[in-house]
Design a binder for this molecule. Structure first.
Ligand code: URA
Length: 268
């Protein structure tokens, strides 16, 4: 049956409908050896040979869901013009091409999800679902309550105010303090820019939680497959989190305001 190419590509699970359109307009898709760049072009997946970047599109590929502990010094893009190491270089023996769900900076470490299920990735990343991501940040020197309070309440960045966040002091050392920052938004370099806005210098940044999933004890550079329950919970969590995460968040914010903005102690 003839179907629109973007529908065939997103149904194969490699990416969302919108990103599939970009693959077409970028000239990455060929049908029977001929590059197709026109949106709305149709093909029959049972007859036609469809390729993405020259590789055959797997129509019924097994869905893969991976949790990687990303080390620093790897990029989350799938190609790098400077030839830097890619997170996908760490995925030995993974039977299909997978894509990062969102991104972490080159120098950020910790929990990164990768999948070949475009719909699932889309669902997780959609701003409507507001999945909470938690980071541990080692900062130079000592933090003061006022800095944590400002980050928790929202700071002005060049792309606008940040939404309220949950910010706590985790550990205090001689040279550095560790803070935790939990945010729902996913703006570029957001945690680093929030820290910068309150004059905190980031020494190390690690994502330790993504919605219901903790990084756990998996070592840097290693990965594991998610269980079916985790996959379902995370996608389901996005609906529930719209309520439960927010209500928890509002409780925290209110408590913060009522206690005169003193943000301390450990969340969870
Ligand atoms: N915030 C940042 O600043 N960097 C990341 O990689 C993730 C969140």
């Amino acid at each position: 049956m003839l179907e629109r190419l973007q529908k065939i590509i997103s149904a194969a699970g490699i990416t969302s409908r919108r990103a599939s359109e970009a693959l077409i307009t970028n000239g990455q898709i060929a049908v029977n050896g001929i590059v197709v760049t026109e949106l709305g072009s149709k093909a029959d997946p049972s007859i036609d040979s469809i390729t993405v970047d020259g590789k055959p599109l797997k129509i019924n590929a097994e869905r893969l869901y991976i949790l990687l502990n990303k080390p620093t010094g790897y990029i989350t893009a799938l190609k790098d013009s400077q030839g830097r190491p890619l997170v996908t270089d760490l995925l030995k023996d993974v039977p299909d091409r997978v894509y990062p769900v969102g991104r972490l900076d080159y120098n950020t470490e910790g929990l990164l999800l990768l999948t070949n299920d475009g719909e699932w990735a889309n669902r997780l990343m959609h701003p409507r679902h507001e999945i909470e991501k938690e980071y541990h940040v080692r900062v130079r020197g000592k933090v003061i309550d006022q800095q944590l309070k400002r980050m928790a309440e929202g700071v002005e960045l060049e792309d606008g105010m940040t939404a309220p966040a949950v910010v706590n002091l985790v550990k205090s050392g001689e040279q550095n303090d560790w803070i935790s920052v939990a945010i729902h938004e996913g703006r570029n370099r957001q945690v680093r820019r929030m820290c910068e806005a309150v004059s905190l210098s980031v020494v190390r940044l690690k994502r330790i939680r993504y919605g219901t999933l903790d990084l756990g004890t998996i070592r840097a550079g290693n990965f594991r497959y998610l269980t079916e329950t985790e996959v379902r919970q995370l996608a389901g969590h996005s609906d529930k989190s719209d309520r439960s995460d927010k209500s928890e968040h509002f409780k925290k914010t209110t408590a913060l305001k009522q206690s005169g903005g003193k943000a301390s102690g450990r969340r969870k």
